[in-house]
Design a protein around this ligand. Structure first.
Ligand SMILES: [Fe+2]
Length: 211
């Protein structure tokens, strides 16, 4: 029996059981897999924005959902796998940035839904959509970890700035504000905190008579 037939049999059994049951409080467990809104479509809400505006903003926002989820997960990977004398400091910093990126993912995805569109959500779809290069499964040294993160931040910042300008030109001030106030400013601050770790400064000053 194929999966559709199995689901159909389950549905028929569930409906029959529900009809024969004297209980009204039991959960209705029969279900059929069906989409109520395909990805890429708009279910219009009374926002005062044209559907074309919502569609264009949602497309840009979904790209940022995919890239931000990828950066978020890269932070957790580095949080777990970091090595060296700065382990504790970077272990904590990477996790702080992870939390902040996770909050951005939620804001971006909810903005997509707010515009009447459908947000990307699952790892398979994110992997197919993100533009951020895939890191290896193995561990990397600290400069490489930070270099990867900075590259991802820069890709997101360039795209978010362009998208913010375009949203403002379309009259979508809400998307513009989210991108400028939250996405861009959070990513800029994280770049600062990361990049300062790549400045070659000794931990102690050189003393006369010491090589
Ligand atoms: Fe942890």
């Amino acid at each position: 029996m194929n999966s559709q037939a199995t689901a159909g049999a389950r549905t028929a059994r569930g409906a029959k059981a529900a009809a024969n049951s004297p209980l009204q409080a039991g959960p209705i467990l029969q279900w059929q897999a069906r989409e109520i809104q395909p990805f890429g479509t708009i279910a219009p809400l009374p926002l005062g924005l044209d559907e074309s505006v919502c569609r264009a903003s949602a497309e840009a926002l979904n790209q940022l959902v995919a890239d931000t989820m990828t950066l978020r997960d890269m932070y957790k990977k580095h949080h777990w796998q970091v090595v060296g004398p700065t382990f504790y400091q970077l272990h904590l910093l990477f996790d702080k940035h992870y939390q902040e990126q996770a909050a951005l993912v939620d804001e971006l995805a909810e903005r997509v839904q707010m515009l009447g569109a459908v947000s990307l959500a699952m790892a398979h779809d994110v992997a197919e959509t993100t533009r951020i290069p895939r890191p290896p499964r193995g561990r990397e040294d600290v400069p490489t970890q930070i270099g990867r993160l900075l590259q991802a931040h820069e890709m997101i910042l360039e795209f978010a700035r362009q998208s913010a300008h375009e949203a403002a030109e379309r009259g979508d001030d809400g998307t513009n504000d989210l991108l400028a106030s939250d996405v861009i400013r959070t990513n800029e601050q994280q770049v600062w905190f990361l990049a300062e770790h790549l400045v070659a400064q000794p931990l102690l000053p050189a003393l006369p008579g010491h090589a």
